[in-house]
Design a binder for this molecule. Structure first.
Ligand code: ADP
Ligand code: ZN
Length: 615
């Protein structure tokens, strides 16, 4: 497809399509609905922006992120692509102006917030527009099974159906389990869509989970070996952000903070400090990240466990976007589970748009996702494998680049122990005539170890034949085996506030000796300190002096144009300039990310800066 490549070159300044882009564009141009499921940073925007330039009329892009919309439109305008956005941040005059210009066919791309779709003036406007494509960004928001359900997204099908002629529909998301994918297809009523699923694996990211007694001192330890890189520390609450940030500053780190409780001004200033490397550590809640484009983040440490694997993978995925090795480390404690349960309950209760039935089903789903996240934090299997399987991809048993694959494990046969544990569960359940009573893991382990704790004796469990039959096994190991039995489906642990252990029909296979059970258990207690990812594969020297100067120039130009710096050029583009060292316009056009519009706007200034002798 010759023409789409030309658009990519002229407007966006890239020579080659990335994986998946060309196929989606081709299908869209042939009028086929398309779904793109690609990880963050893969380049989803190009997939609809390029065909938008080639189709007649206008493409309507529905996006939930108001702040990102503005950046996108600014970037497009910088590349001479006529576009605008319609959302609640527009003034009355701005609104009128966009509507007037849209009517006269000025735009190729029009971003719209989902809440606007049902507004009468928008519906009237659409009657006068020639809409060739509707693009749904962050398409998982339409699914109640997604991590980010937005009720306003359910207006999209009506909007599309209400159009005089059905446009081609394209949908994009970074995270979608099979269930969410089906939902997107069904709810948007896509017609035999072309689906592009590019790999989710990010091989340059190292994953690890730690369960430290003291999170703060563990964090300090991690940071002290990563002083030369910038990174993000995610906390679950504003209070944690404040405490951690203060502690880091007290220990001499140049840390800054970000959460929804700060003023707009401070948030913007702190984000910029981080973006421009004036501060190297960002301590933040999950409010931080949407729309940041810092590609050289060397580590993302989660001080608390997020509420689901989608959030974790998205947040951790902000590390190493430039492809260099980076670390994603989760500091886990049991308290994190309870905090998340509380936060989920609170957020659902405070949402007035939900009917009780919807609320109950969302609650069930959120708790399920939390359990899946907790599995990640507690598994001894390959962490990368766990994530990939969660998103429906195949994975090797060992990836060789995660905390589980790094530690030494031994395969232990625990069939006998499992039989003891299960018969103890059976006996406890049938004690005192109330058949089927269930208890927590700790209680079960206590009985097996012959504990003389009051609650054990009071229940009379010291009279069970299984009392004390595992007295020489550490409690931790008993619990590890119980967790393993749960993962393999022989028993079931509930997901409420006080989880209890129940039996599944499969338990008989263990008791009857039909199945033997082995689990992988860590050989050593203390883990060796991991070497920071970037030290393992030292990157080549970059011209830091020139890179720094170009960054300053970029900032001046951005300030003058009133746009964020990455709208002018991305870090990757500046780095490519340092590599190519263009001396004239022709060579400047070779830089990745430089198209004709940007050449005209900024070519001279950057060529001059590159020609300057090193100070
Ligand atoms: P996503 O929405 O998938 O997270 P973006 O659309 O924001 O990703 O793209 C991420 C970055 O990759 C942007 O800086 C974009 O300009 C760049 N990019 C996209 N496509 C290409 C390409 N074909 N060649 C080089 N860079 C690209
Ligand atoms: Zn692994």
């Amino acid at each position: 497809m010759e023409d789409s490549r030309k658009i990519l070159e002229n407007y966006f300044g890239y020579d080659e399509f990335r994986e998946g882009q060309e196929a989606i564009i081709e299908n869209i141009l042939q009028g086929r609905d398309s779904i793109g499921i690609m990880p963050t940073g893969a380049g989803k925007s190009i997939c609809y922006q390029v065909p938008a330039m080639m189709l007649k009329g206008v493409t309507v892009v529905i996006s939930p992120l108001i702040s990102l919309m503005k950046d996108q439109v600014q970037s497009l305008i910088q590349a001479d692509i006529p576009s605008a956005f319609i959302n609640s941040s527009l003034s009355a005059e701005g609104y009128d102006d966009v509507f007037r210009r849209a009517k006269s066919g000025d735009f190729k791309i029009l971003y719209v917030a989902p809440e606007r779709l049902s507004a009468p003036d928008w519906q009237k406007l659409t009657e006068t527009l020639e809409i060739s494509m509707v693009t749904v960004d962050e398409a998982h928001c339409i699914s109640q099974w997604g991590q980010d359900f937005r009720p306003s997204y359910t207006d999209i099908p009506d909007f599309i159906n209400g159009l005089e002629e059905r446009p081609v529909v394209s949908a994009f998301t970074a995270t979608a389990t099979a269930r969410v994918r089906d939902d997107i297809e069904r709810q948007l009523a896509l017609e035999n869509p072309f689906t592009m699923l590019t790999g989710f694996d990010r091989p340059n990211l190292y994953y690890e989970v730690r369960k430290p007694k003291n999170k703060l001192s563990e964090l300090m330890k991690l940071l002290s070996s990563r002083k030369d890189r910038s990174g993000i520390i995610y906390c679950s609450t504003r209070k944690n952000v404040e405490e951690v940030c203060e502690a880091l500053i007290g220990s001499g780190y140049d840390a800054t903070r970000y959460h929804a409780g700060l003023s707009d001004r401070e948030r913007r200033a702190n984000q910029e400090d981080f973006q421009y490397d004036r501060k190297s550590v960002m301590v933040a809640t999950n409010a931080f990240g949407m729309g940041i484009d810092k590609s050289d983040v060397g580590f993302v440490i989660h001080y608390n466990m997020p509420k689901n694997p989608e959030s974790y993978y998205q947040e951790a995925g902000r590390a190493g976007r430039d492809g260099s090795p980076a670390d994603c480390i989760l500091l886990y404690s049991g308290q994190d589970v309870r905090t998340n349960q509380f936060l989920i309950e609170k957020s659902l209760e405070s949402n007035p748009d939900l009917s009780p039935a919807v609320r109950a089903s969302l609650m069930k789903k959120d708790m399920e996702l939390l359990a899946r996240m907790t599995f990640y934090a507690t598994t001894t299997d390959c962490l990368r494998g766990y994530i990939l399987k969660y998103f429906g991809e195949k994975a090797e048993i060992y990836c060789g680049n995660c905390g589980s694959c790094n530690t030494e494990f031994e395969e232990v046969d625990v069939t006998i122990e499992s039989q003891k544990i299960i018969s103890c569960i059976v006996r406890m359940a049938n004690w005192d005539q109330t058949y089927g009573r269930a208890y927590g893991k700790n209680m079960i382990a206590d009985v097996l170890r012959g504990s003389s704790a009051e609650k054990v004796l009071q229940a009379g469990f010291d009279r069970l034949s299984t009392y004390g039959i595992m007295e020489d096994v550490p409690k931790k190991r008993i619990i590890e085996i119980i967790d393993c039995l749960n993962r393999k489906g022989f028993i079931r642990i509930t997901e409420d506030k006080y989880p209890v252990v129940g039996l599944t029909p499969k338990y008989k296979e263990i008791i009857g000796g039909e199945t033997s059970l082995t689990i992988k258990l860590p050989k050593i207690e203390e883990r060796k300190e991991v070497i920071p990812a970037h030290k393992k594969a030292e990157e080549g020297p970059t011209s830091t002096e020139l890179f720094g100067r170009l960054k300053i120039l970029r900032r001046e130009l951005a300030d003058a144009a009133g746009v964020p710096a990455f709208v002018i050029f991305s870090d990757a583009t500046l780095r490519d300039m340092c590599r190519i060292l263009p001396r004239n316009e022709e060579e400047f056009l070779e830089v990745s990310g430089v198209g004709t519009a940007k050449l005209e706007r900024y070519g001279k200034a950057f060529i001059a800066a590159i020609a300057e002798p090193i100070a």
